[in-house]
Design a protein around this ligand. Structure first.
Ligand SMILES: *Cc1c(COP(=O)(O)O)cnc(C)c1O
Length: 403
């Protein structure tokens, strides 16, 4: 159906994106989410997924999903609070709580709903949220839904966060400090240690979103709290089951009362159906693998070091000058101009490399980049092939630093 005049503003907005060169079409994956796979019929080295540990297509996880489906069916049939809490959901939550060394855990449908549902339900309009300027959209949405007053501190700037805390320290409202554990666009690590210390000093609640840290940072991928040795000092830890864990979902870890409260008040938990049993079974298996195969995480970091050092010697700007320096497998190739970035990403694709072009409004204007994420499963020859192509295409496009 052609669009009717009622939606003309949408067409106009799309045309504006086309003019700016940042309009995109969805790329379609034809097979599994693997280091080499097919998008839109083309074979590519995939440097765009969040499948950090290759678990999205691990045969043992596939087996676990199939077995759970055979035994328990394909759907849970209800929201958790009505009739949709299955034994396997509880097993997953207990598994995660034990893994993270906390009292309790609740699983949400996604990391997005875990953040938005938690932030919006634990605070009200008399309260304050102190949020890093680069925090994820799901935190921002949760903060808005809570109706609390939002104070944004400069990226990773604990001193600025403290200034903001001082301004409101005599206000009776509750305060929440929140940061990403790993920032998804630059790959740098949030100052969880400093912020948690501030939270203690000012009596604030401390919350971390570990979507990109789950399975990546800390012992066996336990996340940023483990990375900084801050066990027991972060009240709310959010993680995702959708990235390194390989399936889908989000979770919140903390005290038994926090989790009980979320059972009663978090709106995505109350009003949206729980996971199919296959997803819960998949995730349980994934945590077993994290516990028993730390070598996957070692491979992830060794691939990261290799790719990043080679990119740097080839003259790529992988952050650290006008943008934060990456400290994780997330590898931005900073280009600046949105159109040039999207063109570079398309040229890479035509040459057999999938790297996501990211422009405004996902990143600030003038800080557009192609974001690469390497996984534990990429082989050296694949990485070498990718590096060669990246360098050739970048040289043609004139985006390498004069080296
Ligand atoms: C991906 C991501 C989320 C959302 O997780 P999903 O499970 O994909 O919904 C939340 N926070 C951050 C920082 C993320 O990168």
């Amino acid at each position: 159906m052609p669009s009717r005049p009622q939606l003309a503003h949408l067409t106009a907005a799309l045309n504006e994106l086309r003019e700016k060169g940042t309009y995109f079409k969805l790329r379609i994956l034809e097979d599994q989410q693997a280091p080499v796979c097919h998008y839109d019929g083309r074979e590519v080295i995939n440097l765009a997924s969040n499948n950090y540990l290759g678990l999205a297509n691990d045969p043992r996880l596939i087996e676990a999903a199939i077995n759970a489906t055979r035994k328990l069916g394909v759907g849970s049939g209800a929201v958790r609070t009505i009739a949709g809490t299955m034994r396997i959901h509880m097993e997953l939550e207990e598994k995660i709580a034990a893994f993270k060394n906390v009292e309790a855990c609740v699983v949400f449908q996604s990391g997005f709903t875990a953040n938005a549902g938690t932030v919006s339900s634990i605070l009200g309009k008399e309260d304050f949220i102190l949020s890093d300027e680069l925090n994820h959209a799901s935190i921002i949405d949760g903060a808005r839904l809570s109706r609390a007053k939002i104070k944004v501190f400069r990226h990773k700037d604990a001193a600025h966060c403290e200034e903001l805390l001082k301004e409101i320290q005599n206000d009776p409202g509750k305060k929440l400090i929140i940061t990403d554990g790993v920032f998804s666009m630059d790959g740098d690590i949030g100052p969880v240690d400093k912020l948690a210390a501030l939270a203690e000093k000012y009596g604030a609640i401390m919350m971390v979103d570990d979507a990109h840290a789950s399975g990546v940072l800390g012992r066996n991928g336990r996340g940023s709290v483990d990375h900084f040795g801050m066990h027991g000092r972060v009240d709310v830890q959010v993680g995702t089951l959708s990235k390194a864990i390989g399936a889908l979902g989000g979770y919140v870890c903390g005290s038994r009362d926090l989790i009980d409260y979320l059972y009663h008040r978090a709106r995505p938990f109350l009003f949206s159906t729980s996971h199919p049993p296959s997803v819960a079974a998949t995730c349980i298996k994934a945590f077993e693998i994290l516990e028993t195969e730390p070598e996957r995480i070692e491979r992830l970091w060794s691939n990261t070091r290799y790719l990043q050092s080679q990119l740097q010697s080839a003259g790529f700007n992988i952050g650290g000058l006008t943008t934060p320096a990456t400290e994780t497998p997330i590898t931005p190739l900073i280009i600046g101009d949105g159109r040039q970035t999207m063109e570079f990403s398309r040229a890479l694709f035509d040459a057999g490399i999938l790297g996501t072009g990211i422009a405004f409004p996902t990143v600030p204007e003038g800080k557009a980049r192609v974001r690469l994420i390497v996984t534990s499963e990429h082989t050296r020859p694949q990485l070498d092939r990718a590096l060669e192509t990246l360098t050739t295409i970048a040289r043609k496009a004139g985006i390498l630093n004069a080296a």
